[in-house]
Design a protein around this ligand. Structure first.
Ligand code: CP
Ligand code: NVA
Length: 308
């Protein structure tokens, strides 16, 4: 059994195999109704707990549908409604859940909740987003890029705005899949040094460029995310908006990237803030493919976790 905690903690060859399997599984069920079972049922008789301590649309629905397509069952739990949210330790929760379910996906705040859950669970634990990372999203994004443009290795990705949890997982992926990443945003929101270091040590070119127009020159992919994440204080909203406004992805900025540069956003988006609708709904945007690919990427991740 394997935990899927973070992209930099997972073997690069295994990550590659998951992306390839996700693509194959997606193609195999093309055109089928959403609830039609896959030909293979690797999660038959398996029960999966999906725990949310933060809101979710994509993660919640894509995991639920993915488990069912592979023959398993799910229970969606809100952290608040569990004893976990009222003082029961993470370790005890992990040990108890392991007696009922075959796999746990958790979306939480502090990443120590995730790592402690993994330490004490006897079943695989999957990271469905923490304050520091969002690996399932970036697995879907790598799949999406490669469907449209072929291998991501050697490509230039530009992250705009806040060097947040999603940016961190992009840096992990840069190291593991061999692409370069330029961050453009205010110094207050630079990505984590440790994660830039990880990608550099793996041979990726990681650059910080404060000028957004210079940053996107030669970009194969431009990425935006919300300016205020779920873990950020709402009171900081105005300050963050003021600092991040120069990094909005709009048609003018995209004109400085490669003509075929893709645009990605993990969603949910705040239209006309971090990116304009003109870009989000434009011909180079693949935002809804990314959302769809959460389903396919996570199915491969779950199979890897269970060795199924
Ligand atoms: N991208 C993403 O994780 O979306 P949700 O917050 O809706 O799950
Ligand atoms: N950075 C965002 C991503 C949401 C999927 C957040 O953490 O709120």
């Amino acid at each position: 059994m394997n935990h899927f905690l973070d992209i930099h903690k997972t073997d690069a060859a295994d990550l590659r195999a998951m992306i390839d399997q996700a693509g194959a599984m997606k193609r195999a069920r093309l055109g089928r109704p959403k609830a039609a079972p896959d030909d293979e049922q690797p999660l038959k008789d398996r029960m999966v707990a999906l725990i949310f301590e933060k809101p979710s649309t994509r993660t919640r629905v894509s995991f639920d549908v993915g488990v069912r397509q592979m023959g398993g069952q799910t229970m969606v739990l809100s952290g608040n409604d569990m004893q976990l949210g009222h003082g029961e330790t993470i370790a005890d929760t992990a040990r108890v859940l392991s007696r009922y379910v075959d796999m746990i996906m958790i979306r939480t705040f502090d990443e120590t909740v995730l790592t402690e859950m993994a330490e004490y669970a006897d079943v695989p634990v999957i990271n469905g987003l923490t304050d520091r990372s969002h690996p399932c999203q970036i697995m879907a994004d790598v799949l999406t890029f490669e469907e449209h443009r072929g291998p991501i290795a050697g490509k230039k990705v530009v992250w705009t705005g806040d060097g947040n949890n999603v940016c961190s997982s992009f840096l992990h992926a840069a190291g593991q899949f061999g692409f370069d990443l330029t961050f453009t945003g205010p110094a207050q929101f630079d990505p984590e040094e440790e994660y830039m270091g990880f990608a550099r040590q793996k041979g990726s070119k990681i650059v910080i460029e404060r000028d957004a127009i210079k940053a996107v020159e030669g970009a194969d992919l431009v990425v935006a995310d919300t300016w205020v994440s779920m873990h950020d204080a709402q009171s900081a909203k105005e300050r963050r908006h003021n600092l991040l406004r120069p990094y909005q992805v709009n048609a003018e900025l995209m004109r400085h990237a490669k003509p075929d540069a893709l645009f990605m956003h993990c969603l949910p988006a705040h239209r006309e803030e971090e990116a304009t609708s003109e870009v989000m709904d434009g011909p180079n945007s693949v935002i809804f493919d990314e959302a769809e690919n959460r389903l396919h990427a996570q199915k491969a991740i779950m199979r890897w976790c269970l060795g199924a």
